[in-house]
Design a protein around this ligand. Structure first.
Ligand code: PGA
Length: 243
């Protein structure tokens, strides 16, 4: 029995047009059908306001990143207050694709998480090791190091942590339940009681139940399988079954 409500977050990444807002409404209906599961969907900024209007209370809408500053001369960037203004309730920071594509460092991620909290958004802090790190036996050291630096000066009770091994994202490879249990145990020892620890990386309807039943896994962060209401709803239902 998990001590807290399972938390299921979808991440649409750079996908989604206005024509896809009907999917958001279907996911909101699935969230309403499972009131003991916390459900959120992190969307492209262009969809936030309309999605939030359609989502209602049961489905929280979130951003996928935010700038560390609240406003200013940063062409093309989006700040945490802007996300909140558009109806977001949470924001992911430090997703591995941003660390890789944009060179975001743990210090950047920490500043973004602080900006999110200052704007009243719940930060979902993402960490994860590369395959080279894992093969070198460094996975736990790398991930706990990322966490230490990404959460410096932040009240850990106010964040969610998503562990996403880089080699499992979008690859169809999932970490084994044993590996996930070992990492989540290490993360729990590192951050102490309180924050929910999510697993992410090729979570699908057919593996969600086993992952959600793993010790210290308080939810999942779902990329590809959140793009279709049917597969994301199946993952929400799997969470309801273990809740
Ligand atoms: P995936 O993405 O489920 O498509 O592997 C997970 C993520 O990047 O958050």
């Amino acid at each position: 029995m998990p001590a807290t409500r399972p938390y299921i977050i979808g991440n649409w990444k750079m996908n989604g047009l206005a024509a896809d807002l009907g999917i958001v409404a279907e996911i909101a209906a699935a969230a309403r059908a499972h009131p003991h599961v916390d459900v959120a969907l992190c969307l492209p900024a262009t969809l936030l306001r309309e999605a939030a209007a359609r989502a209602g209370e049961a489905l929280a809408i979130g951003g996928q990143t935010c700038h560390a500053r609240a406003a200013g001369a940063h062409t093309g960037e989006i700040s945490a207050p802007m996300l909140a203004d558009a109806g977001a309730r949470l924001v992911m920071v430090g997703h591995s694709e941003r660390r890789a594509d944009r060179g975001e460092t743990d210090a950047d991620v920490c500043a973004q998480a602080k900006a999110a909290l200052a704007a009243g958004l719940h930060p979902v802090v993402c960490v994860g090791e590369s395959l080279a790190d894992r093969d070198a036996g460094q996975a736990e050291a790398v991930v706990t190091g990322q966490l230490t630096r990404s959460l410096e000066g932040i009240d850990r009770q106010q964040v969610t942590i998503a562990y996403e091994p880089v080699w499992a994202i979008g690859t169809g490879r999932t970490a084994s339940p044993d590996d996930v249990a070992a990492m989540h145990g290490a993360l729990r020892a590192h951050v102490g009681p309180g924050p929910r620890l999510l697993y992410g990386g090729s979570v699908k309807p057919d593996n969600a139940a086993a992952l959600l039943a793993t010790a210290e896994v308080g939810g999942v962060l779902v990329g590809g399988a959140s793009l279709k209401a049917e597969s994301f709803a199946a993952i929400i239902a799997a969470a309801a079954a273990v809740a």
